[in-house]
Design a protein around this ligand. Structure first.
Ligand SMILES: NC(=O)c1ccc[n+]([C@@H]2O[C@H](COP(=O)([O-])OP(=O)(O)OC[C@H]3O[C@@H](n4cnc5c(N)ncnc54)[C@H](O)[C@@H]3O)[C@@H](O)[C@H]2O)c1
Length: 364
């Protein structure tokens, strides 16, 4: 069955969605598009197809779509998600799915009310070797995870923040922890499993923003493994780096915005080289990370009536760790999983009780 996709927001990332959809051998087609900038949505439809609607509301009224892809700015995902769910239409939202745990809990309540499903884009979970590694972590094939590194060291010049929704608590929700590191952090958790406690620092060192432009955290996982996480927009040699040290091997992934099989490296422990060689070779499946790999899984789940990956429950675990990084950094204390309840200032906003540098925006 061909999935009929509605695209909301036809800016930068929507083109990646369209390109990925065009490579799915007819599994999905763009049925409708909408953007507040009508000229932009018309240009987009002329290039990628689909009827042009004036708004999400009009798209839902006219119907003929199976799933809405939210490619709009982060601050709109929850209201637009709620509207689509209320119309019984499932949602695949760009990251971050919501700006706070409170917002994501609204989405989860809407899912329960309507029976429709809200998924979040987290494309790096879906490359072949990431899935292989998650499986080996679960079945113990590499031994026990001891420690890991999760670095998002990216560079964004001041001009990147010219877009009005960037760099603000109210519309972007946070800095590189929330907007950029979320990819690596979510992938790391999908491989190593749930976290237990975090101690973090955050700073605004250089960019003209309200939010942090740098954070660093030590995360202890349920398994006992300790992960060092760094998120930066100040790093001229950019890299997305994940490193996992198991009893029997170190597994590393180095890429920037997407990886293939050859972005990974296995270094066996001295006595494990032979036993791991065949398994490592078999993990070379030719499935790169990217939107297309996730879309294929999402449409399969939609066809089969299963929850769509990445589910709101999975997204919540990651968002809770991000909230805990901010809470730990701003309150100078370790924060444990489950601690940020409705009465915490970090439940309703990643800014929580306030960043220590809470001076006027964009004048730093
Ligand atoms: N998964 C990834 O790797 C990845 C990469 C880049 C961006 N993103 C995410 O994608 C989202 C969009 O980012 P972008 O870089 O494409 O931004 P963008 O500004 O280029 O595009 C956003 C579009 O949404 C439109 N829009 C704004 N309000 C709207 C509304 N009410 N209804 C319909 N359209 C509306 C804007 O006019 C614009 O065309 C963000 O959440 C961002 O974090 C994800």
């Amino acid at each position: 069955m061909t999935t009929r996709v509605g695209i909301i927001g036809t800016g930068g990332i929507a083109n990646v969605h369209a390109e990925s959809l065009s490579r799915l051998n007819g599994a999905a087609e763009i049925a409708a598009v909408a953007d507040i900038d009508e000229a932009r949505s018309r240009d987009f439809a002329a290039k990628w197809g689909g009827r042009v609607d004036a708004s999400l509301d009009e798209m839902l009224e006219r119907g003929g779509i199976d799933i809405v892809h939210l490619c709009s700015p982060p601050g709109l995902h929850v209201a637009q998600g709620e509207a689509a769910l209320a119309a019984g239409v499932s949602v695949l939202s760009e990251k971050p799915p919501a700006l706070s745990l409170a917002e994501l809990d609204r989405i989860r309540a809407a899912e329960r009310r309507t029976g429709a499903s809200f998924a979040t884009v987290s494309q790096h979970r879906f490359g072949g070797r990431a899935r292989w590694l998650a499986e080996r972590t679960r079945d113990g094939g590499l031994g026990e995870a001891m420690t890991a590194v999760c670095h998002t060291l990216w560079y964004r010049p001041d001009s990147y923040f010219d877009l009005p929704w960037r760099g603000t608590w109210d519309s972007e929700g946070g800095g590189p922890t929330m907007g950029h590191g979320i990819h690596q952090i979510d992938t790391m958790l999908s491989i190593l499993g749930p976290w237990r406690e975090v101690t973090a620092v955050a700073a605004r060192r250089a960019r003209p923003v309200e939010t942090e432009d740098l954070s660093a955290a030590l995360v202890t996982l349920e398994s006992g493994a300790v992960v060092s996480v760094v998120n930066s927009l100040l790093s001229p040699r950019e890299t997305s780096y994940l490193r996992f040290d198991y009893t029997h091997a170190t597994v590393e992934l180095e890429h920037l915005y997407g990886y293939g099989d050859d972005s990974w490296r296995l270094t066996p422990a001295p006595d494990a080289a032979e036993s791991l060689a065949a398994d490592w070779e078999a993990s070379e499946m030719g499935i790169s990370s990217g939107h297309g790999a996730q879309f294929a899984e999402v449409y399969r789940a939609l066809d089969e009536g299963r929850p769509l990956p990445v589910t709101s429950a999975d997204a919540r675990d990651t968002l809770e760790l991000l909230a805990a990084i901010y809470a730990s950094a701003f309150e100078h204390r370790p924060v444990t999983r489950g601690e940020i309840g409705e009465d915490s200032p970090f439940y309703g906003s990643m800014r929580g009780s306030g960043a220590p540098w809470a001076s006027p925006a964009r004048t730093a």
